[in-house]
Design a protein around this ligand. Structure first.
Ligand SMILES: *Cc1c(COP(=O)(O)O)cnc(C)c1O
Length: 373
């Protein structure tokens, strides 16, 4: 029976603008590699979108983090504070530099990195903090910026999930020393695979550009003064990005509408809680996510299975990174909030293409699953 029901994915790209037209233009003009007009447009228009001076396109959000960290000269002996409740790439990029991630717990209401815990973790080896705007909600950037300036350390915003989010009116990507974005297929804006580093700092911008292009001296071709990488984006990917950006307002609006509808359909249910959105934040809602409360927390996997049975895809929250075997050595003690949320959280279908009917099916199936499991 359930096979007849339309499959509702947790996330799918919405390619509803000029994406095909611009990609075809790349192919017909033969500009398919890592130079071309779409790359130039994508970088300058994304910088404008974020309200920053510089935006450097790269091959994905993970290497965007690696580039940002390397531009800050992160290396062995350095510590970087990251939230435990995030995608694994946030910490892995630190390890790629030979530096050590230090895991901070998250706030029980906003689910974002807890500045009080960050403060207790800052030591003489701390060189940066990477706040993550989880699911699209800006982290507490004011307190993080205060801590960073008190201790003379850098802030890299991991804005992979937060295109278009705002904090005190300023866009994500403009709030730290550097910002990083992902344009993976399930993100708010996509290029298939892709990433971006943003900054207002001319020197860091030049360093990111150098590193992503094999470290080649911009004034002397084939002269490599330092170890770099091939982390470039193609013009084809940028062509998709330009088309996505043309409709950025629509993409962001759609996700906000979907989130507010989920909230109005579900928020009176005491078994479910949503991410608290502080007044100074505009959530970009990459995913509308819920946490099952109290005795319902243990039902998470059954609820997800019941939804899957109805052809509705959902996602569990990230496993807190300190619980992954490769990070046991760096973090032995518990981070209780991340652990509780990691076990009880579900991300609901949140694509811009989701219809009202789809959303009703999701909420009805969710409530039925909670009643019967
Ligand atoms: C998606 C994501 C990344 C990595 O981006 P990729 O483009 O998949 O490499 C990094 N951090 C967070 C928080 C993400 O959600």
């Amino acid at each position: 029976m359930s096979e007849n029901k339309k499959f509702i994915p947790v996330a799918e790209p919405a390619l509803v603008g000029n994406e095909s037209k611009y990609v075809l233009d790349c192919v017909e003009s033969t500009w398919i590699s890592s130079n071309g007009k779409y790359l130039e447009r994508f970088e300058s228009e994304f910088a404008e979108f974020c309200g920053v001076k510089h935006a450097m396109a790269c091959s994905n959000g993970t290497v965007a983090l690696h580039l940002a960290l390397r531009a800050l000269d992160m290396g062995p002996g350095d510590e970087v504070i990251v939230p435990a409740l995030t995608f694994v790439a946030t910490a892995n990029a630190v390890v790629y530099c030979g530096a050590t991630p230090v895991f901070a717990d998250v706030d029980p209401k906003t689910w974002n990195i807890d500045p009080a815990h960050v403060e207790s973790l800052i030591g003489k080896h701390t060189k940066a903090i990477i706040p993550v705007h989880l699911f699209g909600l800006p982290a507490d950037m004011e307190r993080i910026a205060e801590l960073a300036s008190q201790h003379g350390i850098a802030v890299i915003e991991d804005a992979a999930e937060a295109h278009g989010a705002r904090y005190r009116g300023k866009r994500a990507g403009s709030l730290g020393t550097l910002g990083t974005f992902s344009f993976y297929g399930n993100k708010i804006l996509t290029t298939g695979e892709g990433g971006m580093v943003t900054t207002n700092d001319d020197t860091l911008a030049a360093q990111v550009r150098l590193l992503k292009g094999q470290g080649m001296d911009p004034d002397r071709r084939y002269w490599f003064p330092q170890l770099g990488y091939n982390y470039r984006m193609t013009n084809v990917a940028a062509a998709i990005g330009v088309a996505q950006l043309e409709r950025a307002q629509w993409h962001v609006e759609r996700r906000r509408e979907i989130a507010s509808r989920y909230r109005s359909l579900l928020s009176t249910d005491s078994r479910i809680s949503f991410q608290l959105v502080p007044d100074e934040c505009e959530h970009a809602y990459w995913m509308t996510s819920i946490v099952l409360e109290n005795s319902n927390a243990g039902q998470r996997d059954q609820v997800m299975a019941a939804l899957a049975n109805e052809n509705i895809e959902t996602r569990p929250f990230f496993y807190p990174l300190h619980t992954l075997p490769m990070y046991w050595a760096v973090q032995e003690s518990a981070l209780p909030v991340s652990e509780r949320l990691g076990e009880a959280g579900i991300s609901l279908p949140s694509s811009a293409t989701l219809t009202d009917g789809d959303q009703e099916r999701v909420t009805e199936s969710l409530l039925t699953a909670l009643d019967t499991n």
